[in-house]
Design a protein around this ligand. Sequence first.
Ligand code: ZN
Ligand code: ZN
Length: 514
Amino acid sequence: MSDQTRIRPSEPSDVLRVLPLGGVGEIGKNMYVFEYGDEIVVIDCGLMFPEEEMFGIDLVVPDVTYLRERREKVKAFLITHAHEDHVGGLPYVLPYFPGVPIYASTLARGLLGGKIKEHKLNNNPLLALEPGQTVEMGAFSATAFRIGHSIPDAMGIALRTPVGLIVHTGDFKFDHTPVDGKLSDIHALAGFGQEGVLLLLSDSTRSESPGYTPSERTVGEAFRSIMDGLDGRIIVATFASNIARIQQVFEAAGTFERKVTVIGRSMEQNVRIATDLGYLNYPSDQLVQKDRLKDIPDSKLVIATTGAQGEPMAGLARMANRDHRWVEIRPTDTVIVSASPIPGNEEVVGRTIDNLFKVGANVYYHDIKRAHVSGHASQEELKLMLNLTRPKHFIPMHGEFRMLVQHGRLAAELGVAPENIYIIENGQPIEFSADGTGRRGTPVEAGYVYVDGLSVGEVGDVVLRDRRALASDGMFLVVVTVDKQTGNLIGRPEIVTRGFVAGADCTGALCAMT
Ligand SMILES: [Zn+2]
Ligand SMILES: [Zn+2]
């Protein structure tokens, strides 16, 4: 059956379809599809790190079956910012969409460029879309606006469609003293509100937190207060992509005349790119290569590294396990874990911190001394976003289901009609007609695609269920050789067990068989 005959009857062309393929009901693999007539634009294409029971899985990316079936319609990928949960899926998705351009800001293009080279994906032009710029794509036109977040040049996107104006916030908070001095474009948001917003999609990550999220700058103050008076080494672990945080490591280190060494492949690469593009600023002699570590006295050194999420192969965990080529944790070290665990990672992060304490290091983690603040808006900022844009319809996005519910309640409090608030799961389209009414469409396929080593999508739920069964019940294998002619047993049956019962391969009643 061709796409034509299968799709067209149920898809009237004057309807605007908004479809999350990832990012609602979960934190990770954000991907939002906007479809009108013969055209589709996609905002973000992220990945998700596997949950603990996803044995052997390296990454999870969105299922793009819906888009693959409409390949000729897909006109562009728009990228809000270069965090993995917004761009990490691209290398696995782009091969299905050769030639489709990716629009992103300078820093995002810089960070993506490495990824694209690594995965040899040269068929998708990487085009500029900077905060304040507009790009036309057939029926759609997208205006990027600057928004505060934990990475420079984070953007939201105002998408003008024949049915109305959509505002997609991207990840955001309203930081009035951002590290790079570039403010959220509140004026643009108010302008959209005045123009009339049909639909707002807004970040729900911290919709459970009352008040305001503190400014990123407070982390720099926390770094200084921790570093003050120390004469041992200082190790700061954070996200490799958190350029604003890394900038503050340099600045705080500079206050105490400390050099900075960056360790961890992804962080080293990001620091190189961000420095080249002018997003990271520090005296050139402050950065010390890791092979020169030994030349710097402990009291003059800060090490910035990855592994704040407890990833077993990343810098911090290996340092804690005395398994790192360059750095071994010593009792005189002070470690700052400048991140809060992504939901699901709490246990591994906890284990890494335990190991650091066991070696004798002093560890600051999570919100202790406020060495980390979120890059996401709390309730009062979410209300401000709703107030500025005054949307007719609202889809809370980027959050676990309960966070979406809380965000939905805020919107209702602020006057969005309850029937126009859509708490939805991945694959649930919302369709808007020319008269501005919205309704739920027929859900489409939008599950998980597992990346396991080099295989993409070959490991499915059935394999995972088997892996879970093997992990919890062990394995029991009976090998019986049967004579094809007579049907009689040849020799003794063999029983092999793994993780089943300790000791002998056969006990009790089972032995009767052998
Ligand atoms: Zn982000
Ligand atoms: Zn995000």
